[in-house]
Design a binder for this molecule. Structure first.
Ligand code: 5GP
Ligand code: ZN
Length: 113
């Protein structure tokens, strides 16, 4: 049994507000939005985080970055948006399944740390 929260969301075991899905990628609205638009884009296959990206699975990361502009266009983020991936405890990663936050819908503060 897979007890990874985001694997369970991909499997439909935990409900989410889906904004995009294809064979390898799933995207849904963050439950605790930090901006007017806050979407999480994840590989369907479990990768624990940025440190889990390898030559064998990085194609899905490239695909995620093809999908992100499509989602941004669909969400009317023509003014711009931010893509963030937190890796590890010091960065505040709370879910150990690789994910990219899309944040937008307003001018964002430039704070990085
Ligand atoms: P992290 O802190 O690991 O970079 O990001 C995890 C994100 O997942 C957080 O922004 C948090 O709000 C979101 N999140 C946690 N649990 C759930 C959930 O059950 N559903 C959804 N849609 N988002 C979640
Ligand atoms: Zn997972």
């Amino acid at each position: 049994m897979n007890d990874c929260l985001f694997c369970r969301i991909v499997a439909g075991e935990i409900p989410s507000t889906k904004v995009y899905e294809d064979e390898t990628v799933f995207a849904f609205r963050d439950i605790n939005p930090q901006a007017p638009t806050h979407i999480l884009v994840i590989p369907k296959a479990h990768i624990p985080g940025c440190n889990g990206v390898t030559a064998g699975n990085s194609a899905v990361v490239a695909h995620i970055f093809e999908v992100i502009p499509q989602i941004a266009a669909a969400e009317n983020l023509a003014g711009g948006y931010r893509v963030v991936s937190n890796c590890g405890p010091d960065a505040g990663q709370t879910v150990p399944h690789l994910h990219f936050h899309i944040l937008g819908g307003k001018p964002l503060a430039l704070e990085m740390a």
